[in-house]
Write a protein that binds this ligand. Structure first.
Ligand code: SF4
Ligand code: SF4
Length: 122
């Protein structure tokens, strides 16, 4: 194919009929601090895994909110759960609990035992 020097991005429109709001509601119930996220990207900038892989935690939690689950479960496995992103978040979002709960919700685990109020149970 001819290289025109630019690419056409995939459509970014949201399918509001298939947003799977229950997954988002569950995530916000388990990690209420996520409601305070301002999307600054500090978590991605400080991420230990991002230095070695294409892992982008901000893109992942934003995609989850928008019900774009394509490869999220695979991407989430790149996180080492070191907790550095949680330390730097200016809004106090418990990103580590966020990641663990996104993994569990995507895996369809019913009895989620990780709650940021009660601490992380692995
Ligand atoms: S650092 Fe905190 S506020 Fe900023 S994008 Fe990450 S989770 Fe959201
Ligand atoms: S807990 Fe995961 S997302 Fe956060 S800094 Fe560590 S590797 Fe990155």
């Amino acid at each position: 194919m001819k290289d025109f020097g630019f690419t056409i991005s995939k459509g970014r429109s949201l399918d509001l009929d298939n947003l799977q709001q229950d997954r988002v509601d569950k995530l916000l119930e388990l990690v209420p601090s996520y409601k305070l996220c301002i999307g600054c990207g500090g978590c991605t900038a400080s991420c230990s895994a991002a230095g070695f892989t294409d892992f982008n935690i901000r893109r992942i939690h934003t995609s989850f909110l928008r019900a774009r689950y394509d490869d999220l479960d695979k991407q989430l496995q790149k996180c080492m759960l070191c907790g550095k992103c949680t330390l730097v978040c200016p809004r106090g979002v418990n990103t580590r609990a966020l990641i663990i709960n996104m993994r569990r919700i995507l895996a369809g685990v019913d009895s989620v035992t990780v709650n940021e109020e009660k601490g992380v149970v692995l």
